[in-house]
Design a binder for this molecule. Structure first.
Ligand code: NAP
Length: 530
């Protein structure tokens, strides 16, 4: 077999890439990583918009590493972006991964060379290296949807994207600001921007459900306790559906009296954030259970927002709660009680164009100094496509995914040997704690590569049958979900017949880890080696 420059080429230096470089170098592999940004952090490098925070509690949104964990502590339950970025820098420095990473370098192509069992990887800096294994740590929510509004090129103010917030100072104090998009990013940015802007006008297309994070200082006692038993904690969260310790559904809604239902809703509300996703065990599948939770959140909107017209527009009614990712905010609805915050419903009053001065809708012509686009991502496939990975037939992985992603364990896809998709479609991915997802995937890959090294294998890809079975299992797990029928970045809609594929594995991280453990214990059954 031909030689390689590197055993593993890692794409991306966010949490997944940092851990992949650390783990694989520890395994004695020669590793190089490429990262488009000038520093580590991935989405936490780019998403530096005001108000950006994580929505998984910080006890668990970090590496479950016995050496690292006790040396760090967080200030808040849901830390803001600067603290998370500082943490990822701390991890990168502690593990000494930087010398392995080429920053400000995008991967422009990765060609599988079938005779040599390696990828030739080319980059924006003109570099060309070969690697036995290609590890995509490029994230599932990293390739932003670019704004495509007519007239943007003539706009004389400044425009920015939450997903790629500039590193230079973006002046917001005293400015007239438009925010387009009210997903997780938009609802976090609005109250933060409204603090010192002259005016913030929010352009909402769909009213989303947003629940308060109930953020606050970290319970340092709890953190210290976890720091003293990291290995145990790691096992516990790997065996939890979301990779954390949030309470699971208390039981089917119908098993509680109306008073008990309301008490449970209040209790979960007080705890905050994604706990509202699992008040009742059947709220994701039963519309009556779901409506109980949705009504509770809708009532909060009506109780909070003083202007009844604004409250009405903000009230989410078009889909069941949790069937798109629940937004978690700090003061979103409250912001609309400020005199400097306005709302435009773009379904009733569509954006016609960006003008040199601002935004023209059907009914308004508004001037802005700054337009903030919070339009979301080309989820699951955007960053993968961008790397321009080609197999021996010149295909990209997504060329074979016309009817939705086909993977084994969300980690590999047939026809693309030695290519690993960290947190890929078919794994729990965005439904669980993404740092833990990455750690679990990298550990699995490290075990797989060790297995191969011990046997002298240099090529691995999923067996067709195993991939078919896993893809069918992922679909089956999602078959009774309310969210399968809702427009949503997690759902792939087949062009030919309109049928739908839910991309992440919804049965829970715990179940997924058990499946991975079973495969590993069975000598990686389902993977074909040569
Ligand atoms: P998103 O949830 O996809 O939201 C995009 C928003 O832009 C939606 O409100 C969408 O409206 C709107 N939009 C898109 N195109 C538009 C157009 N042409 N005109 C008007 N509005 C338009 O994206 P996101 O807010 O960036 O969040 C994506 C994911 O990133 C989240 O679900 C979460 O997984 C992650 N995230 C997490 C956090 C956190 O940890 N707290 C923070 C930010 C992001 P429609 O709803 O009508 O499509």
């Amino acid at each position: 077999m031909n030689s390689v420059d590197y055993d593993a080429v890692v794409v991306g230096a966010g949490a997944g890439g940092i851990y992949a470089v650390h783990k694989l170098t520890q395994e004695g592999l020669r590793v190089i990583a490429f990262e488009g940004a000038p520093d580590v952090g991935g989405v936490w490098y780019h998403n530096r918009y005001p108000g950006a925070r994580v929505d998984i509690e910080s006890y668990f949104y970090c590496f479950p590493d016995e050496e690292l964990y006790p040396r760090w502590t967080w200030k808040e339950r849901y830390p803001a972006q600067p603290e998370i970025l500082a943490y990822l820098n701390f991890a990168a420095d502690s593990w000494g991964v930087r010398p392995h990473i080429r920053f400000s370098t995008w991967v422009t192509g990765a060609q599988w060379e079938p005779a040599a069992h390696r990828y030739r990887v080319t980059t924006s800096s003109g570099e060309s290296v070969t690697g036995r294994y290609l590890i995509m740590a490029s994230g599932q929510l990293s390739k932003a949807r670019t704004p495509a509004f007519p007239g943007l090129e003539d706009y004389r103010g400044r425009w920015v994207q939450t997903s790629h917030w500039p590193t230079d100072h973006v002046e917001t104090a005293g400015k007239r600001i438009a925010v387009i998009g009210t997903g997780s990013s938009g609802v976090q940015a609005v109250p933060a921007l409204a603090r010192d802007a002259e005016n913030v006008t929010v352009f909402q297309r769909t009213a989303n459900y947003s629940v308060p994070a109930q953020n606050g200082p970290l319970d340092q006692q709890k953190y210290a306790d976890l720091a003293g038993r990291v290995a145990e904690m790691r096992e516990a969260i790997l065996h939890h559906p979301t990779g954390s310790d949030i309470p699971l559904g208390a039981g089917p809604a119908g098993s509680f009296t109306p008073e008990e239902q309301q008490a449970l809703l209040r209790e979960r509300w007080a705890r905050g954030g994604h706990t509202m996703n699992a008040v009742f065990s059947d709220q994701g599948t039963d519309i009556h259970a779901n409506t109980l939770v949705a009504d509770f959140v809708r009532q909060h909107v009506l109780d909070t927002v003083r202007d009844p017209v604004t409250a009405d527009i903000l009230t989410p009614r078009s889909y069941p709660i949790g069937s798109r990712r629940l937004c978690v905010d700090t003061g979103y609805y409250e912001a609309f009680n400020q005199r400097n915050v306005d709302l435009i419903d773009v379904k009733a009053d569509p954006i016609e164009r960006i003008t040199p001065q601002g935004i023209r809708t059907r009914d308004h012509d508004l001037e802005f100094d700054l337009i903030v686009f919070a339009l979301g991502f080309s989820a699951f496939t955007g960053a993968l496509d961008e790397a321009n990975i080609r197999n021996e037939f010149g295909e990209r992985p997504t060329d074979r995914w016309a009817r939705g992603p086909r993977t084994l364990l969300g980690l590999m896809t047939r026809g693309f040997p030695n290519l690993f998709l960290l947190t890929g479609p078919g794994s729990p991915s965005v439904l669980a704690n993404m740092i833990l997802d990455n750690v679990q995937h990298v550990d699995f890959v490290a075990d797989l590569l060790r297995h191969m090294g011990e046997r002298g294998h240099t090529k691995v890809e999923p067996e067709e049958k195993a991939q078919d079975e896993w893809t069918a299992h992922v679909a089956e797990a999602a078959s009774n979900l309310l969210r399968l029928n809702v427009e949503n970045y997690m759902v792939h809609v087949n062009r030919d017949d309109g049928s739908r594929v839910f991309m992440p594995y919804v049965a829970g991280l715990d179940r997924y880890v058990a499946e991975c453990d079973k495969v590993a214990a069975d000598d990686f059954a389902g993977f074909a080696f040569s």
